[in-house]
Ligand binder design. Sequence first.
Ligand SMILES: *[C@@H]1O[C@H](CO)[C@@H](O)[C@H](O)[C@H]1NC(C)=O
Ligand SMILES: *[C@@H]1O[C@H](CO)[C@@H](O)[C@H](O)[C@H]1NC(C)=O
Ligand SMILES: *[C@@H]1O[C@H](CO)[C@@H](O)[C@H](O)[C@H]1NC(C)=O
Ligand SMILES: *[C@@H]1O[C@H](CO)[C@@H](O)[C@H](O)[C@H]1NC(C)=O
Ligand SMILES: *[C@@H]1O[C@H](CO)[C@@H](O)[C@H](O)[C@H]1NC(C)=O
Length: 626
Amino acid sequence: MERTVVQITLTGLLLALASTLPNKNDWDIYSFHINSTVTSRYATTVITSRVVNRMNESKEIEFHVRIPKNAFISKFRMFIDGQVYEGVVKAKEQAQQQYSEAVSRGESAGLVSSVGRTLEEFKTSVTVAAHKKVTFELTYEELMKRTHGKYELQIHARPMQPVRDFKVDVYIHEEAGISFIDVKGGLSTKALANAITKTHADKQAWVYFYPTADQQKMCDSCGDQGMNGDLVIVYDVSRDNGLGEIKKSAGYFVHHFAPSNLPRIPKNVVFLIDQSGSMHGKKIQQTRTALIHILNDLAEDDHFGLITFDGNIFHWKQELVQANSKNLENAKNFARNIQDRGSTDINQAVLQGANMLNVHHREGSASILILLTDGDPTSGETNLEKIQSNVRQAIAGKFPLYCLGFGFDVNFEFLEKMSLQNNGVARRIYEDSDADLQLKGFYEEVATPLLTDVTMVYVGGTNLTQTNFSQYYNGSEIVVAGQITDNDIETFIPQAVAISVRNGHNRVWAYLTVKQLLDKELKLSGPEKETAKNEALELSLKYSFVTPLTSMVVTKPLGESIDVLHKPKEGETPQRGQPPVDQPKSQKTGRGTRLHPHQGWRLSNTGKAYGKRIHHITPMFSGWWI
Ligand SMILES: *[C@@H]1O[C@H](CO)[C@@H](O)[C@H](O)[C@H]1NC(C)=O
Ligand SMILES: *[C@@H]1O[C@H](CO)[C@@H](O)[C@H](O)[C@H]1NC(C)=O
Ligand SMILES: *[C@@H]1O[C@H](CO)[C@@H](O)[C@H](O)[C@H]1NC(C)=O
Ligand SMILES: *[C@@H]1O[C@H](CO)[C@@H](O)[C@H](O)[C@H]1NC(C)=O
Ligand SMILES: *[C@@H]1O[C@H](CO)[C@@H](O)[C@H](O)[C@H]1NC(C)=O
């Protein structure tokens, strides 16, 4: 068997890249289709690649695609010579055993690895006999998260050569109606723009992208190796009233709730800015820039506080002050003069920030604590669990803590756990020229609180996903899924909402439940942690999702390696052949590791409540928080 595929790592040279590309004379991708079907924001995408071995000897043929980080792979199949080889999702430990056996026979494992901010790479290969064909088929599923008032379906196309029969088909069905649909991304511009067809008819929309082989060489990021870029389908659904939308089928329901016609709530926001020595240079500059922009965006009835910290804590003002023009000018001057120095006392910084919000609590305002750091705690309290327990005690569920981890030297798991324990989320800020925009973009997501302390109540509903949300921000969305007791529609659905007969809501329920159990598993400890983990594992297996707790085992034709595919952690760049179960030594940071949900969107940053009966929702709004 001759190997024509050279393995590359993320740091590989361009030269190495060139040699991985299929040689026209060796094998040819004669068809490449991407088919996405979106129903109620739940996207199922199938990538089908058909390849022929043009040589008169057997060749190793590679399948190599990029999918959104947020997605769970649910199916992978190879069709070779009338045989189907299908991946099976197994518990990680079990897959590990098969993997070890394969390794002991000197075989390598397939893998999924992180690429950049939003994508993951899926890679596998198989040996195909002379003049034979292989079809690769990968299915992945994701629930789209609404941010900045829209949904975005990202489709990455990089078939590694111009393909005669290349197609992207997207079909969207939204019962509430599609208010707009746009196609963006690098592949939607210039020479490729006229390869796109978009049709929009009230509840349905279709996007077709059929570039010719010549067009595939002509776009900005394209060349002799064909296309390499994104097609991003951007859309939103119509929202007529405050009820949101409840869809149900086969005993399951999904409730999307995103009111936007509510008055904003003034906020009390405290920014905790790490100015330790490691922030030196561009990071501190970008932080200053972002902070100044953010201050400019505060509304006059907002109150804010600024704390910078290294080994010591510096309050700009001891108290929260109103965002009037005089205070803002002073604060911006302070921001312009933030200098990097010293170590990192995260514990004191968060405790003092929490204290500020506790002391200056204002009835009818939404309090928010935002921590920006680029490193581990190095002074004051440095025991991570102790810090988490101090912080939890200080915040006591009263407001959310958002943690922004700048770069890759942060212990992101620590920040993530601390956020989740305090009703917030953690976000990684990538060290890049647009870091200030990432910071500002995050702030904008939480800039307009519309509701606080949200509890969703479903009479006649059971096995609900998360129903309590600390705050709901304009442009975001609350999604709750569950099962309907005895499948009794009458007592459950408000009359104003159309009933869908489409299938698939049980998968939305499973997807949300798994994501939330993984969050829970991260923030809990002891027996509760085990329970959450076991439930997440059980559902991952039942619905065949490749999650951080499961792996997919792909058995290939006789005599070939077994592939074990596993979902990487945020920031992880595994080496080829890395075992599916985390090992401390393989970690870039050298820290002990644990199974943990990869950084994905979470629901805990959204929210709005209503009372017992869904059809009472609108009148209740005005009474609850003003
Ligand atoms: C895309 O997938 C859907 C759902 O499986 C299917 O109904 C449809 O025919 C597919 N479209 C194409 C062009 O293959
Ligand atoms: C097929 O293989 C034979 C012997 O290995 C070689 O002589 C011949 O040129 C090959 N034909 C093609 C089309 O590659
Ligand atoms: C919320 O967002 C919508 C849509 O972008 C906008 O029309 C509305 O004014 C916003 N509400 C507030 C209070 O800013
Ligand atoms: C859903 O709830 C019912 C009881 O209401 C319970 O019997 C069933 O096991 C639950 N299913 C799951 C998957 O948790
Ligand atoms: C959700 O909030 C309600 C009302 O505040 C409370 O009674 C309930 O215990 C909360 N549930 C969870 C799971 O936190």
